[in-house]
Design a protein around this ligand. Structure first.
Ligand code: SF4
Length: 350
């Protein structure tokens, strides 16, 4: 385990819209160590990208409002930084790769111009040095003939090449933390595998931390050391990637793990999770997964908000199944724990 580089505590983000307030993040907490890859997984609408944009300071306000919480990077709360300092950190230490490489690149500027821009804006290197570093980074990202590529435009490249250019752009200032928001979603499976291999190689080479966002647990398992499972603006479970596969505790995590296709499973009959993510304009009280949970244990789930609680070494879960009394034995191996009829008691007292 590495020491902490980024620490998010109780982050709450709301969006004020014409039809009401969307409670997009409901007090999430997660951290990333130096040289660690944290996978963030969950369905669309669970708050993964909002988390990424909050870290980068790129949420548009209004409509977004950071209601509470803190994002500590290297000991300083990014939410309190003046804009100039945040711009400096964003250009040098934090970088982000977006889902769609075509919309991340400016179609009327050459690849070279776009790669050198962050270097010239955020470092004191000259144009000559900037060009040399840009060419080196294109080469490191596996792009052939990088000198020629510097003078080409995005429309002249294939999808896989564009995503490699986007990765080169994100890494050209050698950030300490790279946020990759579903970087392979828009690519076909073969290119996806190549990009994943490239990201792993670059993470090792540059000793950087990565926050890797995906809705695909299979993809995350290829790269992540630890994982945070998000559901409806909350963190449902946080643990090592091995723990998630060998011993997933939250009913949502188990359902995600079971839905991964394997050679042994009948691809036509993969388990699914009934229902949809709740409308965050009017989120339910208590557990946000309750309406879909196959292990729902009664009113306690609807009445109390389950807090992220330690259930082992580096293994935290937000679920009422894991009270002090039921923690010792995984509940899916035993009958569901009995919850007191007295639901006015705190769930931790149950
Ligand atoms: Fe299911 Fe209740 Fe746990 Fe929510 S708190 S995941 S509803 S058992």
């Amino acid at each position: 385990m590495t020491d902490t580089l980024l620490d998010i505590q109780d982050l709450q983000v709301h969006f004020h819209t014409e039809i009401g307030t969307v409670e997009a993040l409901d007090g999430i907490s997660m951290d990333i160590g130096h040289n660690e890859v944290l996978g963030v997984i969950g369905e669309s609408g669970c708050g993964k990208s909002v988390t990424a944009l909050s870290i980068m300071g790129l949420l548009q306000s209004p409509p977004a409002e950071i209601v509470a919480g803190k994002i500590e990077y290297d000991g300083q709360n990014l939410l309190n930084l003046p804009r100039k300092e945040m711009d400096h950190i964003r250009g040098n230490d934090l970088s982000m790769i977006y889902q769609d490489p075509m919309t991340s690149l400016n179609p009327v500027l050459t690849i070279g111009h776009q790669l050198m821009e962050p270097l010239l804006a955020h470092t004191d290197c000259s144009k000559v040095e900037g060009r040399s570093r840009a060419v080196e980074m294109l080469d490191a990202c596996g792009l052939a003939d990088p000198d020629r590529l510097m003078n080409q435009y995005p429309n002249e490249l294939s999808g896989g090449m564009r995503q490699r250019v986007v990765i080169a752009m994100a890494l050209v200032t050698e950030p300490k933390l790279l946020i990759a928001d579903e970087p392979t979603t828009a690519l076909d499976v073969t290119i996806q595998a190549q990009i994943m291999e490239l990201l792993q190689d670059l993470q090792d080479r540059f000793d950087m931390s990565v926050l890797f966002i995906s809705h695909d647990l299979g993809v995350v398992s290829d790269i992540a050391d630890r994982v945070a499972v998000m559901y409806a603006g909350t963190v449902a479970e946080s643990c090592s990637i091995n723990q998630l596969f060998e011993n997933p505790l939250h009913p949502y995590s188990r359902a995600l793990a079971e839905s991964i296709p394997t050679l042994e499973k009948d691809a036509d009959r993969l388990p699914t999770i009934d229902g949809i993510v709740p409308d965050l304009h009017d989120p339910p009280t208590g557990c946000r997964f309750a309406s879909r949970c196959p292990q729902y244990i009664g009113d306690v789930c609807n009445k109390y908000d389950p807090k992220l609680t330690s259930c082992g070494v580096d293994h935290d879960v937000a679920c009422h199944l894991y009270t002090e009394t039921s923690k010792a034995t995984p509940p899916w191996q035993t009958p569901a724990p009995t919850v007191s009829d007295d639901i006015d008691k705190s769930p931790d007292d149950a």
